[in-house]
Write a protein that binds this ligand. Structure first.
Ligand code: PGA
Length: 254
């Protein structure tokens, strides 16, 4: 399975700053990505077009939107549609990121609608799941992951199931490890990824074996190599350490 290394730039970088970092990445990866990896960047909305432009024609580099509202168009002040993202060159979207769930109170139900909508619009979806510290400490890891996955994927119309193997990626990001500097240890990561693989098999059957499961949460150049080598870890989703091209390039090369 091709490993995926994704950058989530969150609410960082103006357009010129994003263009500069994207250009540094594209230049360094001009001859292909190390180990044939797929590299994704989720810039803030205002910079999706400039990053897409820099990545045009570059094999193994793609751009995504960090968010969208699941409707074609309408009276949804402040929101962005998948059509608008498509128009500026995004082919991926993030859904269910912990900051959307916990800072912006997105419900499992909204996340399910977003997942189905983006897939129906032809986007590739990175569905993020992960438990809070008190949930893990209470032994509820599997329950939380099960609820998040089944609410997002169970209501998928039959017609979309065929698209999943090609267009769905799951990112496991324990909430307590995001932006905290606290990386989950190999045992914790493997436990969660094995649980996710089994839960996906329950929900999706054979397709589950082909779905990439990424790890995210305080990934840095110093720990990327160890994480990406673990069983069932098919890539990484990187926040803070993806903001500087040099640091993200080291992670891509891990
Ligand atoms: P972090 O963020 O790498 O800064 O912990 C990861 C994420 O939120 O996707």
């Amino acid at each position: 399975m091709q490993k995926i290394i994704a950058a989530n730039w969150k609410m960082y970088k103006t357009r010129p700053e994003a263009a500069q970092t994207a250009a540094e990445l594209a230049l360094a990866l001009a001859d292909g990505t190390p180990h044939d990896r797929l590299v994704l960047v989720f810039p803030p909305f205002m910079a999706v077009d400039v990053v897409a432009e820099v990545f045009t024609g570059k094999k193994n580099l793609a751009v995504g939107g960090q968010n969208f509202y699941p409707a074609g168009q309408g009276a949804f002040t402040g929101e962005i549609s998948t059509g608008m993202l498509n128009d500026v060159g995004a082919t991926w979207v993030l859904v269910g990121h912990s900051e959307r769930r916990h800072v912006f109170n997105e419900s499992d139900e909204l996340i399910a609608r977003k997942t189905a909508f983006a897939l129906a619009q032809g986007f590739k979806v990175m569905l993020c799941v992960g438990e809070m510290l008190h949930e893990r400490e209470a032994g509820r890891l599997r329950d939380v992951l099960s609820r998040q996955l089944s609410t997002a994927l169970d209501p998928l119309p039959e017609a979309l199931s065929g698209a999943l193997a090609e267009r769905l990626v799951v990112a496991y990001e324990p909430v307590w490890a995001i932006g905290t500097g606290k990386v989950a240890g190999p045992v914790e990561v493997q436990e969660a990824h094995a649980a996710l693989r089994a839960l996906l098999a329950d929900i999706l059957g054979e397709t589950a074996a082909e779905l990439p499961i990424l790890y995210g949460g305080s990934v840095k150049p110093a720990n990327a190599f160890g994480l990406v080598g673990l069983d069932n870890v098919d890539g990484l989703l990187v926040g803070a350490s993806s903001l500087e091209a040099q640091s993200f390039l080291q992670i891509i090369g891990s």
